[in-house]
Each structure stands twice: as structure tokens, then as C-alpha cells.
Design a protein around this ligand. Structure first.
Ligand code: UT7
Length: 331
């Protein structure tokens, strides 16, 4: 029997209306548009209104993906939400999405892998389809980074934004297409350089942790940059080599959007023409688990730039460290 692969059959997204530009940030911390643009590639980011949680965005992205596929929520078998900013520690955001969209038959869970959260969720969802167990899996990447950012810390506050993206996975009707392969890794060395100091079981929230601002993103940017540049490119190049693909054979590279310099370094290692690289960090900044599904949405829905047989490589790197690349033969 031919192996069954999963395909991305639809996509949806949610972008908060409110824009925070670099010029707005100049009024908040000691920074300037030129520094942010040159060092990161970011021009503006979206910010979710206070009082709304992750599931508000995830539900809307999921609904759009289902509508575009003409699939009823009751047909969804499983929901996986990649995120580091759930509405609450528990229940899982996946449960809130299940209720919000009315996925009456579904089960699901949240997956925590920092900026690789969507990639790990995508490949996990694909396994359920490949095994033959399920036919419809919703995979969502959604993060409200504004809820864990210190807007007095210029080192981190300019970097992140809020958004959600969702894709629907279904079985591929033709062999040899869909989500073909992936390479994923984790390395706990990343704990030192990118983490949230308090609020977990090791250091529960207290008056002191709040006073010390320990519920915000802590990042040693330069260190993370070094790892990101080499590891994100390594797995992308590795998956290309494994499948005998050169830069010329790729139609599109979808990188995690953390820093334009990381993306460009990665594309150079892959020997890619810059026109094949999706870049939207200027519009949305780093939305953690949402960057990749936002790019997929842009390519698939907004620009309609993917056609049957296109080789697409996705690559992401984030907290943990967690990183990985995925090869898709588009259908
Ligand atoms: O997605 C999850 C994984 N995260 C990443 O991949 C992020 C990886 N890291 C980065 O993208 C970069 O390291 C940053 C964008 C965070 C920082 O860029 P950098 O070129 O590594 O700058 P730096 O941290 O080495 O700082 C250079 C200077 C410092 O000043 P001094 O010490 O040289 O006087 C910073 O204080 O830039 C200063 N600086 C700023 N200046 C103006 C840091 N943030 C700002 C700011 N505006 N917002």
C-alpha cells in the first residue's frame, strides 16, 4: 500500500487591528526606527486588545481555515495549538478553541516549543493523518506576546507582536505530495538564554516576582542570534541534501520571522534566490508560533503563489532551544 501523506488544504489567520509602529515605540523606550529596522527588519507589530486571550485569535484563525475548506467544525478530528502564551495554564487553549468553533467530535492539546511551536504541531498533526487514524486535523500557531513583554525593556519590546494562524491538514489524494519529511531537534542549553523566570512550578508567582518583573520574556539576544543563524540553516540544508534538492529546486522558503538578518543568512546557506524567501517581519514582527502560518497564509491565500509540485521548505528556531525544518511537495 502507498504511504499516505498529509497536505495543507486550507489556511486562516487573525491579526489584531491595533498597530504599534517603530515611531510609536520611540515614544515608549530609548530606541529609534532606524535601529529597529536595520537590526531586525521590523516596521510595526499588531497588539491584541487587553482582556482578550490567545483563544480569541486562535478561534478566528481556525474558523477562517475551515470556511475556506468548506469543512464543518464537527468534521474536525483533532486540534493542536502551538503556543507559549495560552489563555491560562490550564485548560489547554485547544479546549477553548474546540468550544469556540464547535468541533463536537475533536480532541486536542497545546504544544510548547517557542517559535518552533507551529512546526512541531504541524509535523505532529501530519503523523495522525499519515497513520490513517484521522482525516482532519486543525493546526494552529497563536501567541499574545504583548501579554509577556516588558514595554520598558528596549531589548525585547521592539521585537514581538500578536497574531494567530491556522491550517487544516487532510490526507493527500496523490502519492508523493504533501508533507514529505521533517527534521526536528531540541537542546536545553537554550534555557539560559531565552525564558520566563517566574510563574511556573519552580518559582510560582509572588509579590516579589511581579516586583522583579520576572513574568516577562528574558532574552540574551546576541546568544540566541548565534544559535538561530547556524541551527535554522543547518536543518534546512540537511533536509534539502537528504532529498537531493538545491536552491534552484525550491519554489519557496518559509522561515520563522525573528530577524531579517537570520533569514537572509539562512537563505544564503541554502543558496536561494531572495525572491524565493517569504519575508513579512516588517508588518508583523516576531509573533512566535504564528509566524510560519502567517507566511503560509500569505503564499497560499493572499498571493496564490503555490502550485502543484512546488518544493517548499519551512524552518524555525526558538526557545528551548527547539528547531526544525519541514519539506512539503505542494498540492
Ligand atoms: O524567535 C525566538 C528566537 N529569538 C531570536 O531569534 C532573536 C535573536 N536575536 C536577535 O535578533 C538580535 O540579537 C537582537 C535584534 C535581539 C539584537 O540585535 P543585536 O545586533 O544582537 O544587538 P545587541 O543585542 O548586540 O545590542 C547592540 C546594541 C546594545 O548597545 P551597546 O551595549 O552596544 O551600547 C544594545 O543595548 O544595541 C542596543 N539596543 C538597542 N538600541 C536601540 C538593544 N535594543 C535596542 C533598541 N533600540 N531597541
Amino acid at each position: 500500500m502507498e504511504k499516505r501523506y498529509a497536505k495543507i488544504s486550507s489556511a486562516g489567520r487573525f491579526l489584531p487591528e491595533r498597530r504599534l509602529t517603530n515611531f510609536d515605540m520611540e515614544k515608549m523606550v530609548d530606541t529609534n526606527n532606524q535601529w529597529i529596522l536595520e537590526r531586525t527588519g521590523i516596521r510595526e507589530r499588531r497588539i491584541l486588545d487587553k482582556g482578550l486571550g490567545n483563544s480569541y485569535m486562535a478561534i478566528r484563525a481556525a474558523r477562517e481555515a475551515l470556511e475556506r475548506a468548506n469543512v464543518d467544525a464537527s468534521e474536525v478530528d483533532a486540534i493542536i495549538v502551538g503556543t507559549v502564551t495560552p489563555d491560562m495554564f490550564f485548560p489547554a487553549t485547544a479546549c477553548l478553541v474546540q468550544k469556540g468553533i464547535g468541533a463536537s467530535r475533536a480532541w486536542g492539546f497545546d504544544l510548547s516549543a517557542g517559535c518552533a511551536g507551529f512546526v512541531f504541531s504541524l509535523t505532529t498533526g501530519a503523523q495522525f493523518i499519515e497513520s490513517g487514524r484521522y482525516d482532519r486535523v486543525l493546526v494552529i500557531g497563536s501567541d499574545v506576546m504583548s501579554s509577556i513583554i516588558d514595554y520598558e525593556d528596549r531589548n525585547t519590546c521592539v521585537l514581538f507582536g500578536d497574531a494567530a494562524g491556522a491550517v487544516l491538514l487532510e490526507p493527500c489524494e496523490e502519492p508523493g505530495y504533501g508533507i514529505i519529511d521533517y527534521i526536528q531537534r531540541i537542546d536545553g542549553v537554550g534555557e539560559d538564554y531565552l525564558h520566563m523566570k517566574a510563574g511556573g512550578s519552580r518559582k510560582p508567582a509572588s509579590v516579589e516576582t511581579v516586583k522583579n518583573k520576572e513574568h516577562y520574556v528574558y532574552q540574551e539576544g546576541r546568544q540566541v542570534f548565534k544559535y538561530a543563524v547556524s541551527e535554522m540553516a543547518d536543518v534546512a540544508v540537511e533536509i534539502m541534501k537528504k532529498h537531493n534538492l538545491t536552491g534552484d529546486d525550491l519554489a519557496l522558503f518559509i522561515p520563522h520571522q525573528a530577524n531579517i538578518r537570520i533569514i537572509e543568512a539562512c537563505a544564503r546557506r541554502m543558496k536561494l534566490d531572495p525572491s524565493k524567501v517569504i519575508i513579512n517581519i516588517d508588518k508583523y514582527a516576531n509573533t512566535t508560533a504564528a509566524t510560519i502560518p502567517l507566511c503560509i497564509y500569505e503564499a497560499m491565500v493572499e498571493k496564490n503563489q503555490l502550485k502543484k509540485g512546488d518544493n517548499v521548505v519551512i524552518s524555525a528556531f526558538g526557545a528551548g532551544f527547539c528547531w526544525g525544518s519541514v519539506l512539503i511537495k505542494w498540492i
